[in-house]
Design a binder for this molecule. Structure first.
Ligand SMILES: Nc1ncnc2c1ncn2[C@@H]1O[C@H](COP(=O)(O)OP(=O)(O)O)[C@@H](O)[C@H]1O
Ligand SMILES: [Mg+2]
Length: 231
């Protein structure tokens, strides 16, 4: 287990809807190595977001376990989970979730400030440069394109130095070209800062850019792709 930074064991999430039970996750055994860039691909409703939420400690499973960095999430109390979410994982969503009246720089450093930590301005500059938004540091999100806004959201996730980035359809609102740009820059940033990325998508072209592709169908992993050496 020590080899894996994220591991799920028999993970299930069932929702009761009146007489019916929706099996959003139905026994997922899934593992990710440190610094790996994994894409989870599946159709709408296959359980992708549910799986990502469980890994990020945003929701609790019906059965099974999630281990991150060797720690069982179900052993953590509320406060420990909150600290885990703040320090260990960075989230990137399809909707960029930027604060509209803060500029790019302020958005990027906001989680660090909220966590009461010192801001490493040089590090933040480096991230903005890497994501090619350093020229936009003073701009408000509303003045940026979708691709630029998503790069700000990625910069914000990276800047807090979490070990793991969880990205839920980050290219879902972008055209093909900006989607590929964003994906490429996310890869570069993750490699540069030694972060593990789990990204979900329903787009095969986007998934192909990852180190490994895992297929999910009806809440089950149907194909856990090989890891490509040296990629
Ligand atoms: N809060 C919820 N209550 C009831 N059903 C849900 C809830 N969240 C997700 N589901 C159902 O679980 C299944 C998986 O959803 P989700 O993980 O969002 O899929 P994906 O992200 O792959 O589109 C779907 O059938 C969805 O309708
Ligand atoms: Mg989803």
């Amino acid at each position: 287990m020590g080899d894996y930074i994220v591991r799920t064991v028999g993970l299930k999430k069932y929702y009761r809807l009146g007489e019916n039970t929706v099996k959003a996750l139905d026994g997922v055994d899934f593992a990710v190595k440190e610094r790996e860039f994994t894409a989870i691909i599946g159709k709408s409703g296959s359980g992708k977001s549910t799986l990502l939420h469980m890994i990020g400690g945003l929701d609790t499973p019906t059965a099974g376990e999630v281990y991150v960095d060797g720690r069982k999430l179900s052993d953590m109390n509320r406060e420990q989970l909150a600290v885990f979410r703040r320090r260990k994982v960075g989230f990137v969503f399809q909707s960029y979730n930027l604060v509209p009246d803060l500029n790019v720089y302020e958005n990027v450093v906001l989680p660090i400030e909220l966590d009461g930590k010192r801001i490493d301005r040089r590090f933040v500059r480096e991230i903005l440069e890497l994501l090619q938004i350093d020229g936009k540091a003073e701009a408000l999100p509303g003045m940026l394109s979708g691709g630029q806004q998503q790069r700000v959201a990625i910069a914000r996730a990276v800047a807090a130095k979490p070990g793991i980035i969880l990205a839920d359809e980050p290219t879902g609102n972008l055209d093909t070209a900006s989607g590929h740009d964003v994906m490429g820059l996310l890869k570069v940033a993750a490699k540069q800062f030694q972060q593990t990325v789990i990204l979900i998508t329903h787009d095969n072209d986007i998934a192909q850019m990852a180190d490994r592709t895992v297929h999910i169908e009806d809440g089950r992993i149907v194909k856990a792709g090989d890891r490509y050496a040296g990629k």
